[in-house]
Design a protein around this ligand. Structure first.
Ligand SMILES: [Zn+2]
Length: 116
């Protein structure tokens, strides 16, 4: 059983995991994917760089919606998928947080461009 109470379970935070050898990763696992070590969860820092960006166009109840999705490499060594604001571009320095998004106010990771 993994105790990993993050945004996917309704807690307003992002969690990553690390093993005693120092490997880090994002999606929760029972063992380190590189060495098999026992993981502990930690909250990575919010700063990162956008690795890739895409837009999804979808229609819901007759209206068009554009979702911007970014892959962000956090400075703490993990890559995660987030919603992205309109000003985010590939290579942008961003801050990742968790917020209520969309008509159902689901908790999701999101990123905003870091101000200098
Ligand atoms: Zn490891």
């Amino acid at each position: 059983m993994i105790h990993h109470e993050d945004w996917s379970r309704g807690e307003p935070r992002i969690l990553a995991q690390r093993c005693p050898a120092g490997h880090v990763w994002y999606l929760p696992r029972l063992r380190c994917p590189k060495c098999g070590g026992e993981p502990t969860s930690f909250e990575p820092g919010e700063a990162g760089t956008v690795f890739a960006l895409t837009s999804l166009h979808r229609r819901t109840d007759g209206t068009a919606e554009v979702l911007r999705i970014a892959l962000v490499d956090l400075d703490d060594g993990v890559r995660l998928m987030t919603r992205a604001s309109d000003s985010v571009e590939v290579g942008s320095r961003v801050a990742v947080s968790v917020g209520a998004i969309g008509p159902h106010e689901r908790l999701l990771p999101k990123c905003e461009v870091l101000s200098a």
